[in-house]
Design a protein around this ligand. Structure first.
Ligand SMILES: *Cc1c(COP(=O)(O)O)cnc(C)c1O
Length: 368
């Protein structure tokens, strides 16, 4: 089986963990601070606050922007559920704006239609590792004085017109095991707003600027020096791994684009996609997915149900019609694209997709 994701944790990570264990300083120490500062650098942002997960990063980011009861946050219905749940955590209402069919990211035209006097923030999701249409989103945010909170949980190192994602407002990253870099579980908030950064640091750690002094209601959403030690090693490899993902994606697209009915991912002009997922549209998706799995290709569906149609949201009274997201959820299929794939793996993926769609062998060389 060719797996859809494979965390790359090796000797260097093991050595880094042992070093921390042997030092005896394991929670929120020097490694966490160093990881934060390197991460901020990677995003071209001033401050970074490490958290226990991408979800807690989003939760804290909204609180740090003082978003709460009665406020509305506009986000994408076509994402992992945490992109919307973070608004619910703080008592705000997620408002869904439909996506662009070519890029699967939130459509600025739809954002405009959803703005009300209660709108406090736009939460664009850089889905699959590709930046949203940030020029248009920045313009709307500026015009209506809205905060931008980027969900960059899938977009470590992605760029928009030469500028790193994560540098447009406050941004949240996940370091979960399947992301482009990982600390197994973990997250990061980055921001250029010193006040937001300070609030986020307090929220992460019991509202506590000093031991046993508590100035506000906070949480335990910290990370560990063990996680940071792994993260520091991973961060060094991010660029190289993203380059390999991009090469794998280009190779897959070159061949898969020839198969009738397959729609390969489109890269936004002037942007660096980091292919957290390589996601195509494919005819008869569910049956095709099963045949691919039977053929030894691990596939994923991101995401089979748009957020507004999840039982949780239906129960909350959501009955939006968001046709682009709904169609995408029926047609998308993610294929393996991670950096440990071999050329043979890539050829096998291509051949298996061709076979599933009854398309003749499209590679020049015979299958192994
Ligand atoms: C992974 C992910 C999250 C949540 O991150 P966790 O670290 O799993 O909590 C949020 N949004 C998106 C788009 C994600 O892919």
């Amino acid at each position: 089986m060719i797996n859809i994701a494979k965390p790359l944790i090796g000797k260097e990570e093991q050595d880094a963990i042992l070093e921390v264990i042997n030092s005896g300083m394991m929670v929120q120490g020097a490694r966490v601070r160093e990881f934060e500062s390197r991460f901020a650098q990677m995003c071209g942002a001033e401050h970074a606050i490490a958290t226990s997960s991408g979800t807690t990063a989003l939760h804290i980011a909204l609180l740090a922007h003082e978003i709460g009861t009665g406020d509305e946050v506009i986000t994408s219905p076509f994402s992992f559920i945490a992109s919307a749940n973070c608004a619910l955590y703080v008592g705000a209402r997620p408002i869904f704006a439909d996506i662009e069919p070519d890029y699967f990211t939130i459509d600025p035209i739809q954002i405009r239609k959803r703005i009300t006097p209660r709108t406090k923030a736009i939460l664009p999701v850089h889905l699959y590792g590709q930046a949203c249409d940030m020029d248009a989103i920045l313009e709307i945010a500026h015009e209506h004085k809205l905060a931008i909170i980027e969900d960059a949980c899938q977009a470590h190192g992605a760029t928009y017109k030469g500028r790193p994602v994560g540098s447009f407002g406050t941004a949240c990253y996940s370091l979960y095991a399947t992301k482009n870099i990982t600390t197994i579980e973990g997250g990061m908030i980055v921001t250029n707003d010193a006040q937001v950064a300070e609030r986020a640091r307090l929220l992460r750690n019991h509202g506590s600027p000093r031991t046993y002094e508590h100035v506000s209601l906070g949480y335990n959403m910290r990370t560990t020096d063990l996680a940071a030690a792994i993260g520091l090693v991973q961060l060094e490899k991010l660029r190289q791994w993203n380059d390999i993902r991009r090469e794998n994606a280009a190779y897959l697209s070159e061949h898969l684009a020839k198969i009738p009915g397959v729609v390969v991912p489109k890269v936004r002009e002037g942007c660096e996609h980091i292919f957290h997922q390589y996601t195509i549209r494919i005819p008869d998706r569910d049956a095709s997915a099963q045949k691919l799995r039977d053929g030894g290709v691990g596939v994923g569906i991101h995401y089979p149900t748009p957020i507004h149609q999840q039982p949780l949201y239906k129960g909350l009274g959501y009955h939006d019609s968001l046709p682009i997201a709904e169609t995408a959820s029926r047609e998308v299929l993610s294929l393996p694209v991670h950096p440990s794939l071999t050329k043979d793996d890539l050829d096998c993926i291509i051949e298996t997709v061709a076979k599933v769609l009854n398309y003749e062998t499209i590679l020049d060389r015979p299958m192994l």
